[in-house]
Structures are given as C-alpha cells and as structure tokens.
Design a protein around this ligand. Sequence first.
Ligand SMILES: C[S@@+](CC[C@H](N)C(=O)[O-])C[C@H]1O[C@@H](n2cnc3c(N)ncnc32)[C@H](O)[C@@H]1O
Length: 311
Amino acid sequence: MNTEVTIGPAEFEQALGIAPGTLDARTTELLHSAKLTYARIDAAGQSALEAETMQRIDEGFTVVGEHRKEIWRDAWQEQLERFEASGYDLTALNPKFVDGSTILRWQGQYVLSLSNQFELRVMEILRDVLFRTYLSDVDRFFEFGSGSAFNVAAYAKLFPEVPACALDWAPAAVRIAELLRERLGMKVRGERFDFFAPSKDLVLGPGAGVFTMCALEQTGDRFGAFLDYLLQQRPRRVVHVEPTVELYDPTTRHDQLAIEYHTRRKYLVGLLPALKKLAADDRINLVYSRRLRFGSRFHECFSIHVWEPKE
Ligand SMILES: C[S@@+](CC[C@H](N)C(=O)[O-])C[C@H]1O[C@@H](n2cnc3c(N)ncnc32)[C@H](O)[C@@H]1O
C-alpha cells in the first residue's frame, strides 16, 4: 500500500473549510510547486508517537511570560545577525522554531513529512491566502509580536504600497523591520510594543489591518489588555493565527497531548471564547474561525480567527 500523500487543492480546501473546487489559481500553483508530501503512519506508529510525545512533555518545557523576554531578545538578536551576515537575504529571516521536527500533526494524525521544510511551506501558503483574502483592502498593516519580521516582509512583497509596521517587545525584532526599509526599500517600520501594556499612543486608524501569528500564544490568559486596545482602536480587520486550546477535542489521545503541551506551557487561553462573546454582544463580526488541524509534533499554532469591529 502506498502511504505517501501529496497535499493538493482538495486537501487544502478541506483544511480551510472551503467548498471543493473553489481554491484560487495562485494557491493551487503554490501548492503544486511546494510538492508537500508526507507519509501516513499506521495505528501502532501513532501509539508509539503518542507515548514518546507524552514522555517529552513530561520532561518539561519552559512556561511563557515576562521572564521569557530575555529569551526572545537573544533569539531575535541572533536572527538579526544572521540576516546581516546573509547580506539581507529574506530567507535568513525564517525562524529556527519552524520545522523543528519531521513528525507533524495533520488532520488528527501524526504524519512524517517527506518534503523539505514542510511546515514552513504550509505556513507560507496559509499566510499568503490569509493576506490576500482578509488583508488586501487595508490601508496599513500591523503585525503584533512580529519576531523575525518574515511575515511583514511577505506582506510587503505582496502589497508593496501598503505601509507595514512590525511590533514586538524585542529590540532586535524592531531593528530587523527597520533594515527591511533601509536595506531593501520596503515600506516597513518597526516599533516596540508590549502585549501586557499596549501604548495608547500607537494609533492604528480605521482602515488598518492587524495580524498576529503564534504571538498572542505567549500571553496565556493575559491577552485582555491587547484585545481592549484593539476594540478601542477599531481597525478594519484583525487576523489571528494562534494555537486555540478550545478547539482541540479532549476525547482523542492525539488532542489530549496537544492540550497537555499547551496547558503546561501556559499558552493562550480564552481568546476564542472572548471573541465569541463579543460577537454575541454585537460588538464584532467574527468573520472566520477555523482550526486548520495542522501543526508541529506538540501542538497546532494554526487556528485562524478573523474579526471586524462593528459600527
Ligand atoms: C513564537 S514568536 C512568533 C513570531 C512571529 N509572529 C512568527 O510568526 O514567527 C512569538 C513572538 O511574540 C513576542 N512576544 C512575546 N511576548 C510578547 C509581549 N508581551 N509583547 C510583545 N511581543 C511579545 C516574542 O518576542 C516573539 O517575537
């Protein structure tokens, strides 16, 4: 039996929850050239991976919070130096934490990725779809918790005329964004920002588009100050790509492990319920909310929530 599978338009449409045959030509082409191939893993293999994953979780991971500020400062400083040493090659901005494993989570199973940089490629294609679907009609783009600024650079390549701003609490993350403008001529700037204490001086404007990716995850249950800031700023649209513990299925072992990992690291809790409550109170439109059912071995960063403040 051939256990190799290539992710084509049909699989991607299913993951995104869109009707068969409706994926646009550009995404279809991106999938085609990425040749995303993985091997299925049988039931015995799934069980062995579940046991091994639980053991790794038990061995311990660091917990998120203020004390990790230095870790991020050093990580982005290293990335900044790599970017400079590469002569400002955008691929030098790809963060090390993407593609840490060849075992990935896909549609409720562990799979073995066979193609090069599988996780990064899926992430790039997803990002491209989201930018074009939800952030093409904004007059300014802001990514909060922007890290290496590789998302901001990708946005600036797609929409070079739209001013883009990269915000992060790590100084080197801000510096990378500045270099995108100084060295590569992109309409990008960087600014310091702390999710725990958003500056009221940062004005987004009514036509703004906001993006977060695997960044609010770092705030645990303390995303409230940022959400309040967004509600007060009233940008046009907000797109979150964040691990969403509420969307795992606690009745499956596969998801129990992701919940365990997420909970032990004290990742994001409560964002989706808060958005649903705001929608029920008629304060926002929750335009799209979907778990892609794709992630690294331990959890899934790729749940997407798109919302708009209401008039
Ligand atoms: C996992 S990285 C994701 C970076 C980027 N969005 C990406 O997709 O690669 C998390 C980012 O959140 C930033 N971060 C964590 N806590 C923060 C806080 N309280 N305020 C601002 N940025 C924060 C970190 O510095 C880091 O850049």
